[in-house]
Design a protein around this ligand. Sequence first.
Ligand code: SF4
Ligand code: SF4
Ligand code: FES
Length: 327
Amino acid sequence: MKIKFKIRRYNPAEAETAEPYIQAYMLDVPEGMTVLEALLNIVDDQDPTLSFRKSCRSAICGSCAVSINGFSKLACNTQVIPEYKKAGEMLIEPLANHTPLKDLIVDFAPFWRKMEKVAPYLTPEEGAPTMAVTPKDEERVDRSQRCVMCGCCNAECNSMAIDEKYIAPAALAKAWRIVGDVREGNAKKRLERLSEEHGMWDCVRCVHCTQYCPKDVSPLKAIEELRSAAMKEGITDNPGAKHVEAMKDSVERFGRLDEAAMTFKTLGFLRSLGMIPFGLRMEKHGKLPRPHIFAQIEDLDEVKKIYEEAERRAEAEKKEMESRKKG
Ligand code: SF4
Ligand code: SF4
Ligand code: FES
């Protein structure tokens, strides 16, 4: 099948290619050919100046991630023909949310700096008794260890698109790998750092990181685990944790969300005043819940039972961990 490949090119070293542009290449594509094989074909037979990264060709090293028809994927485990049939074209570009260096190669230095920020290695407490890692412990962090550092999640992250300082999903998945490990001795300190500005609470839960991760790491699940662990440690003096507490209180008291009260509890009185113009616009467009003050639901007792059960399980889990740590 003959397919036209449109590739975003850029070479700041040459004056005539210092602005990104699209270059087209025609290629005969057999069934099963991957995007990486197509790129290698283009380099071998048509244009040796085309630049991209690759190493393992087996979805292990994470180096060949690119944007294919607008979505971040590994070039070596993406077949051309199904992609072409789905999108009606074959457009290959550098990863979004990363600065292109040349053609499809992007600057990965910020990715590694974010990774360094979470200190991705265990720091056991000195003198603490050795703890055996059970299969259940292993299961908790298992998905986080599948990461091949490809950057697809960061490229698709909506929070990172508006804040380049955001720690971003790949580093957060790695942070959970360490914090969720029963042998880690500095989990609380790590969670405190992750709760700061540009940290884990800046995730807007768009689910893109989980959707586009080629190794099923589920960074969003890792972020949820980190947030839950931070709250269990009492690290709640930040808008994200306050928002969760306000939500929990509202459902516990009324069986539903009181969004107006949640704003005050999350942002505090003064900052909430700044939200009044936004609230008025919502009211104008019929987006505020009516009535504004509502009664609790019937059968609130059923909701309370769920809370009691959740608290009982959390307490049992805490006691079990404490007794294991004592040895
Ligand atoms: S869920 Fe959070 S971390 Fe994942 S892509 Fe969306 S904003 Fe980013
Ligand atoms: S979490 Fe998934 S998408 Fe993100 S860097 Fe790791 S392997 Fe790639
Ligand atoms: S070349 Fe290694 S993951 Fe694609």
